[in-house]
Ligand binder design. Sequence first.
Ligand SMILES: [Zn+2]
Ligand SMILES: [Zn+2]
Length: 234
Amino acid sequence: MKEDRQAGKENLEMKADMEKDRKTDEWLGDEKEVDSTKVGQLILQLRNEKGMTQQQLADRLHISNKAVSKWECGMGCPDTSLWPGLASVLGVDIQKMLQGGLDPNGPDIGKIQNIRFYVCSSCGNILVSTGQASVSCCGRKLQPLVCSSEKSAHEITVKETDGEYYIAIQHEMRKDHYISFVAYVKNDRILLVRLYPEQDAAVRVPVMGKGGDLYVYCTKHGLQKAAFSCYKPA
Ligand SMILES: [Zn+2]
Ligand SMILES: [Zn+2]
């Protein structure tokens, strides 16, 4: 009878653990499935780098050292609620931790053609990256903008005068629908100009040589990319 109860209790504990794992998976959403072995190895490695014992790490997180030992053996992943604390104690990017590794990006070899723009839907922040990155703002991971189809393209005219390009976009500039930035990308340079409602949908940029790419971002229609060579200066 007593043994049964004991077994029942263990079952419950197992259920609770499974529940935790399920929650972790849900929280990760579109992230790759967590490899608990990798995560465990990473925690072990980082803990050693910090010169901490399992007990010390556990104390900082207000959990038992058994839990830490369990993770490090790849027997399960930390509960979602522990990730922020774990990241701050171990001093690493939580996203990278979730991917189970801290491999640095390959060197950025200046392929500015791979430029990525990110816009935070919450605060409107504009971020630019010349390589792969995990970018977040307002607590959310941002996906790079994808250039929209030509159908939704806005008409752009470019005039060259006195060493400047005058770039005008046929577009309204209302609060709910406007061009929020124009970026001129040429060789190793990015010139980003931010625009606001009620302004003209036009910018002046210095000529940085022949050609280059032009990116225009509309709050409704998204990112549009065009080559300067497409436009015949009037
Ligand atoms: Zn934001
Ligand atoms: Zn638009």
